[in-house]
Design a protein around this ligand. Structure first.
Ligand SMILES: C[S@@+](CC[C@H](N)C(=O)[O-])C[C@H]1O[C@@H](n2cnc3c(N)ncnc32)[C@H](O)[C@@H]1O
Ligand SMILES: [Zn+2]
Length: 320
């Protein structure tokens, strides 16, 4: 079901009939030799997370979030005994709960670093990866045969690619007829009862973010953005035979400290809009800002917590 990187014919891992043996590093099949990221030039550009790596997961590294388990249940049901492609799987937030359910998975990402983190998480969480094929792949040119998978998810990646239409064409191509492209979005959940005041948290996050970009823009460095305005629904409605939606209820409150997720990611240059910021400039600016913020908001300002309510999960299933 894979496509040989050398002769471009269908192959089964590990060796193609043309004689090419797909390299296997650290448990990851190297099915693409495309760069980790392409940020300039006239061709298709994308932001792979090789540099972001450890900064991505924050304190969520060694947990499976309830929302991901709920979504995984739906994917497992849709996939049945077939194959689920987790495209741009990142640290495996969906692959891992699906693997726990026993689903057959191809987990692909352009970043070996992110795939390595997925493996670390699996080991730490004691989730066997027997049913998971980990591979380095480019979403713009998926190395899978036509009509070879039953479900695809491509979560939080289309905005990182300058040509998201091409990725959707690829997803459509690799799906079997009747197969499902599953999109997961937040839906309004339980209304906040106003008992929590998060204004101080937001004030700090907004100030930190705005002041960071003000300092960088003075040096001619701007946030990087691709495809934010891409209208997935219109493109998918044209491409797929049908669309159905449903909402999974996800109720309850959660608490997250600045030091849990936002700060490690922000300080680790882990937001995709930070991708063009040179490392030394980022370090100098964040050091300055952290000092200023400790003076302004107190030494332990990073322990400030946000208390929120979970959003429900909107599942959109496009059928080929
Ligand atoms: C924001 S993360 C999302 C990860 C995961 N799907 C999730 O929902 O948490 C984006 C992922 O897309 C990957 N990525 C970016 N461009 C890609 C491409 N052209 N092909 C495959 N993966 C890509 C990055 O390496 C990164 O792991
Ligand atoms: Zn071959």
């Amino acid at each position: 079901m894979f496509i040989c990187p050398k002769c471009h014919n269908s192959m089964t891992l590990p060796v193609c009939s043309c004689g090419y043996a797909v390299p296997f590093f650290n448990g990851i099949w190297q099915l693409s030799d495309a760069p980790d990221a392409v940020k300039t030039g006239d061709g298709d550009r994308y932001i792979g997370y090789e540099e972001i790596g450890e900064a991505y997961s924050g304190s969520r590294k060694y947990i499976i979030e309830e929302a991901d388990s709920l979504a995984a249940r739906e994917i497992t049901e849709l996939t049945g005994k077939g194959v689920f492609l987790d495209l741009a799987c990142g640290d495996g937030c969906l692959t891992l709960p699906c693997a726990k359910n026993g689903t057959g998975i191809i987990a692909g990402d352009i970043s070996n670093k992110m795939l390595g983190i997925l493996k670390d998480r699996a080991q730490h969480l004691n989730i066997p990866l027997d049913n998971v094929t980990l591979c380095r792949i480019n979403a713009l040119n998926i190395p899978l045969s036509d009509e070879s998978v039953d479900t695809v998810v491509a979560n939080s990646v289309l905005h990182l690619i300058s040509n998201p239409q091409k990725v959707l064409d690829e997803i459509h191509r690799v799906l079997k007829t009747g197969g499902a492209f599953v999109c997961l979005d937040d839906a309004p959940g339980e209304q906040d009862d106003g008992s929590e005041d998060n204004s101080h948290y937001f004030e700090i996050v907004n100030n930190l973010y705005n002041e960071y970009w003000e300092l960088l823009e003075r040096q001619g460095i701007y946030p990087k953005k691709y495809s934010w305005n891409f209208d997935r629904e219109t493109v998918c409605d044209k491409l797929f035979a049908s669309r159905e939606t449903r909402v999974i209820r996800h109720r309850g409150k959660y608490k997250t400290k600045l030091s849990d997720h936002f700060l490690p990611r922000f300080l680790g240059c882990g937001f995709s809009d930070q991708t063009d910021v040179p490392k030394e400039v980022h370090e100098a600016v964040t050091e300055l800002l952290m000092k200023a913020f400790r003076g302004r908001y107190g030494e332990d300002f990073d322990s400030l917590a946000y208390i929120g309510r979970y959003s429900d999960i909107l599942i959109t299933v496009y059928r080929k």
